[in-house]
Design a protein around this ligand. Structure first.
Ligand code: NAD
Ligand code: 4PL
Length: 244
């Protein structure tokens, strides 16, 4: 197929939650969105709602990531934007944390990020343009309990963002990280994190629960051509929970 006339964005983990809000906000910029998610049914429903393409992918599997990129390139011929949102958000106290569980989280949150940037970054390099936004978390700043492996994985997201930005700036690619605070996403609503609002909200400068729609505009800005001078940065979007 001929190259798409409009920009194309892949947003991983966008079937629901913060990723879905990000896809919706990017679609509002006139960009074609690819809803790349493990949950095929929900991805299809979201793509139907936003007018995008749903692709089932496990980002921790190299072959599946390669197939995702091949599918998008065959259909649209370009990938301008990559938002790495998909992640496992666990709740495991340190006393119960096993190496198996540690590896499970690292496989998605760190290996998946690497695989997506490896595959899509090479397409962007050939095009001489790209915008990559990696979703981190303010747990890296706050040292939030009950998710030590997750906090470590988000530290890796921030470190990798800084280093990758240095190597791909010469190809017209920017790489930034956005760190949301506790947000009332689909995943959080169904997890013990939902109880966390009780102590998080009083620490914020703004006295209410964060919503996925509060995160999306900051991410969307970093995906625009105008954001060209921002790279290697970490933008904390948490209602003022943490300051750094
Ligand atoms: P969520 O659990 O509601 O949604 C995550 C999505 O990722 C799901 O649709 C899931 O199917 C998908 N996914 C999981 N593993 C995948 C895999 N291996 N391959 C492809 N897709 C996969 O999550 P959320 O709360 O919206 O969080 C989204 C992002 O924001 C994550 O990176 C998370 O770490 C980050 N974050 C969330 C919060 C919060 O409080 N909700 C706070 C800070 C950061
Ligand atoms: C403050 O990213 O940022 C709980 C669970 N509490 O996943 C998060 C806070 C969680 C967070 C997060």
């Amino acid at each position: 197929m001929a190259k798409s006339e409009t920009q194309v964005a892949i947003i991983t983990g966008s079937a629901q939650g913060i990723g879905k809000a990000i896809a919706s906000r990017i679609a509002a910029n006139g960009v074609t969105v690819v809803i790349a998610d493990l949950n095929e049914k929900k991805a299809q429903a979201t793509a139907a709602e936003l007018g995008g393409l749903a692709v089932k992918v496990d980002i921790s599997q190299e072959a599946e990531v390669a197939a995702l990129v091949a599918t998008v390139m065959a259909k649209y011929g370009r990938i301008d934007i990559l938002v790495n949102d998909a992640a496992i958000v666990p709740f495991v106290p340190w006393s119960d944390l096993t190496f198996t569980e540690w590896r499970r989280v690292m496989a998605v949150n760190v290996d998946g990020l690497f695989l997506m940037c490896r595959a899509v970054g090479d397409v962007m390099k050939d095009a001489g343009y790209g915008r990559i936004v990696n979703i981190a978390s303010n747990v890296f700043v706050a040292g939030t309990p009950n998710l030590a492996h997750y906090v470590a994985s988000k530290g890796a997201v921030i470190g990798f963002t800084r280093a990758l930005a240095s190597e791909v700036g010469q190809f017209g690619i920017t790489v930034n990280a956005v760190a949301p605070g506790l947000t009332e996403s689909d995943g959080v609503k169904e997890s013990p994190h939902n109880e966390g609002f009780g102590y998080v909200v009083p620490m914020q400068a703004i006295d209410r629960k964060g919503q996925p729609e509060d995160i999306a505009p900051a991410v969307a800005f970093l995906t625009t051509e105008e954001a060209r001078w921002v790279t290697g940065s970490l933008l904390v979007v948490d209602g003022g929970h943490t300051r750094h």
